[in-house]
Ligand binder design. Sequence first.
Ligand code: NA7
Length: 538
Amino acid sequence: TARTARTTYDVVVVGAGFSGLYMLHRLRGLGLSAVVLETGEDVGGTWYWNRYPGARCDVESMHYSYSFDPELEQEWEWTEKYPSQPEIHAYLRHVAERHDLRRDIRFRTTVTGARFDEAAGRWRVSTEGETGGELEARFLVTAVGCLSTPKQPEVPGLETFRGEWYHTGAWPEEHVDFSGKRVGVIGTGSSGIQLVPEVARDAASVTVFQRTPNFSVPTRNGPIDPDLVAHVRENYPQIRQEARRSGFGVPLPPPERSALEVSAEERERYLHEQWSKGSVTAVLTSYNDLLVDADANHVAAEFVRDRIREVVDDPEVAEVLCPRDFPFGTKRPCMDTGYYETFNEDHVRLVDLRRTPLESVTPAGVRTSDEEHELDALVLATGFDAMTGALLGMDIRGRDGQRLADKCRDGPTSYLGLAMAGFPNLFTITGPGSPSVLSNMAVAIEQHVEWIAAALEHLESTGTALIEADPASEAEWTDHVRESAAGTLHMEANSWYLGANVPGKPRVFMVYVGGVGVYQDVCDEVAAAGYKGFELSA
Ligand code: NA7
């Protein structure tokens, strides 16, 4: 069609998830021509790919949504306290219909690279797939998410496996039926912890291969409370504002007390109270020093371990499930529905890979150092090349042909997590160096999209063709991001925030720990000062 034949735009956006959809909407509002390129067959991004059984957001439904459409937030009916993947996907599909976004999205189209043509002042974007070929645009916006490139386990033999296998982050659209099957699950992060109880419901047996146990808090999920819905709807503007001003992007008051300044009894009582809310953020914000003081953290960690010991019948299994390698909250803590309880069922077995390491996948199943586990199906809940996987997976080249992957060889550098020196007119929504995954992503995304839209509006109204981060500002922000994390216990965990889950990845803390509220102030000040730290040129 004439539409798909078009190759020149003001803006090319990569990705049609939460970020890309809203970016497109704002760009239209500015009167800019824009196209969104998306590998998947549908909108949704993370919520399109992660359709494994039990996939659910750990931010409450009423807060994990767009605020830009006040009528939508009044109308949309969430059914559960925490939204499931199908419901979030339905919501994003609805947003796409409601704002007529699909006509500017090209599905089944993967961006393989983008090159900044200095003479023309334009990005040349190469694509593969349905609408392959090259597109050109004045601006390139990556909306590729933070957890989008699935990571395979570093074990040989997967290709020899005779059964079916799936990665949680690239789950097929068709229903996967595990009934009567012997299922193995490798990985016990958020995805594995959500999936295991669901699979255990149908499968003949479930074998969970655990390398590092993680902390998990029960969600106490259920039908959404109509009184809560009414209250939030009545107060949405104020509640959204509180979320934006907060640390984690959810409207919770910041903790004022140290865990060490109250008595052990008082701590126990208060932690139980927070635990009963079914929110990991409530537990993490019980005290103000859980992520900075090892002793304070130990109190919370021991509290969670006690809860595991309470639930799991077999004391030996309970001890294997108790995390000890890293402080509570320094790897992304999980939220579950019946995870620990599942290990009380006879057909569910926990294999401790610390004791008996994973050696290979065989035609018949999974071999650990002491045994071959026969399986009909295998689930890889082994995580993602987080923060940079999707971004650096594209061959992006800036001035002088510099490759972004080379620039980020020792870890990503970025000004505000939004822009990179040497890469004019490139914006990265929730890029490395922004608070992104350390907060409610919906809040982080809206703030970034709105900031980028305002920057583009400024450029248009001042007749500015190019915007580029200064190397000095970029270096200063990158140092600030790393120093902020250095003062926390986050550095003690082999987390994906640090790239530690991917062999060979530089060990650098890639997320800004300062909180969304503080971060928004910094971004707003930069804009108010005429885009301080950026070079603007006609
Ligand atoms: P995570 O949190 O990165 O978890 C991946 C899990 O897979 C974790 O338990 C890993 O153990 C395990 N893993 C990875 N590679 C291997 C190998 N080779 N052998 C054994 N076990 C392995 O990913 P998720 O998808 O669960 O969650 C990602 C984020 O999505 C989550 O944090 C939320 O923000 C939403 P390890 O800890 O490396 O020993």
